[in-house]
Design a protein around this ligand. Structure first.
Ligand code: PLP
Length: 385
């Protein structure tokens, strides 16, 4: 029925997921899978986590929605929690409903704050599919049909600080540099701390804002609330979505206090952004991650997975519960084989890399079982390839 009634924009895997509980999902036939895909890097606490379920149940009975025209205690709590979790200085938040909307908002803020128009983005970067975010998403597959109407963007290779420095110093119209600190969709591509520190300095020297798209890396998944804290820099803006509401749609743009004065009443708005149901999910999600120190646990999960998979993989990249596993053969074959063996993982834009995105609260016993499936499958796939 979905194929009959939805527009054909999604390439689907041939299963119908009908139920989830923690690290597990079940399909319509009752087959159980360990879910290290998380509905595309969303289920940071696994599926239907109890504390989040209780919070949204209670909120639904109290008040499902009221817009930003009034004050509300749940929204206030969510805004404070996000601001207090973010790197020092990033202390104001705008709530919206998705990742692409958070990035669009960040690009607008950067343009107004600097009075410039062009955005510098990274080859391989992914920031969303609506027009503003599409302008900074790399790759002809996404952009080509809409090229003529996209706002001006310059692309440079990810990881090349000199290219950023050169572009900023020769193009006076760059309003912002936007990047994913770990390029997830591109195959979990990493850069070192020095690169990010050079970017921060180059932006400051040339009057451009630095926007960290932490839609995949944020909320504790990679070991800290923000990957900016891992590489020791302070971006002007951080965007979040995916994990933020454990699957209840919500996005956020967090702004540095130096940028806040450029933002005025009416600059941005969203009817549903900051709605109570989503805010209750944000509070429950972030409080759980904080109270149970799950960002540290993400790093323990990384160590377990890396130690186990090193002997059977070409390379493992990433941080915490966002890992890319490079294999000698086609990653899509491995993803299919893992699914047949009861483990869901994600593909990527790199044909040799698949992504492992476990929940940060994954129990040891489930991790052991998943590691067993991964090592066995990769060992046999390696022989085949
Ligand atoms: N930015 C990154 C890094 C993403 O991975 C995604 C989605 O996959 C987006 C932005 C867009 O988010 P959304 O699909 O919620 O609009």
């Amino acid at each position: 029925m979905e194929t009959a009634y939805q527009v054909p924009t999604y390439a689907k895997i041939p299963i119908a997921i009908e139920r989830g509980d923690g690290p597990y999902v079940w399909d319509a036939r009752g087959t159980r899978y360990i879910d290290f895909y998380g509905g595309h890097c969303v289920a940071i606490l696994g599926h239907s986590p109890k504390r989040v379920v209780e919070a949204i149940k209670k909120q639904a009975e109290t008040l499902i929605f009221y817009s930003n025209i009034v004050y509300n205690s749940t929204r206030a709590a969510a805004a404070r929690l996000v601001a207090e979790s973010a790197p020092a200085g990033l202390n104001r938040v705008f709530f919206c409903n998705s990742g692409t909307e958070a990035n669009e908002t960040a690009l607008k803020v950067a343009r107004k704050a600097t009075g410039k128009s062009t955005i510098l983005a990274m080859e391989g970067g992914f920031h969303g599919r609506t027009l503003g975010s599409l302008a900074v998403t790399h790759g002809p597959k996404y952009r080509e049909p809409y090229r003529t109407i996209l706002p001006p963007t310059v692309f440079v290779p990810f990881g090349d600080a000199r290219a950023v420095q050169h572009t900023l110093s020769t193009n006076p119209d760059i309003a912002a540099v936007i990047l994913e600190p770990i390029q997830s969709m591109a195959g979990v591509r990493m850069a070192d701390s020095e690169y990010f520190q050079n970017l921060e300095a180059a932006c400051a020297a040339n009057g451009a804002l630095l926007i960290f798209d932490e839609i995949q890396t944020g909320c504790g998944r990679t070991g800290r609330f923000s990957y900016a804290d891992i590489v020791g820099i302070t971006p002007s803006i951080i965007t979040l979505a995916k994990s933020l509401g454990s699957g209840v749609p919500v996005g956020a743009m967090i702004v540095h206090e130096d940028v806040v004065p450029s933002i005025e009443s009416g600059d941005q708005g969203s009817t549903f952004g900051g709605g109570m149901l989503a805010m209750a999910a944000v509070v429950a999600t972030l409080e759980t991650i904080r109270d149970e120190d799950l960002a540290s646990r993400a790093l323990m999960i990384e160590r377990r997975l890396v130690d186990a998979l090193k002997p059977v993989a070409v390379e493992i990249r990433g941080s915490g519960c966002l890992l890319g596993v490079e294999v000698p053969g086609r990653a899509s074959d491995v993803v299919g084989a893992l699914r047949s063996n009861g483990l869901l993982v994600g593909g990527s834009g790199d044909p040799n890399t698949f992504r492992v995105m476990p929940p940060v609260n994954c129990p040891e016993s489930v991790l052991d079982e998943a590691i067993g499936i991964l090592t066995e499958t990769l060992s046999s796939e390696r022989v085949v390839s």
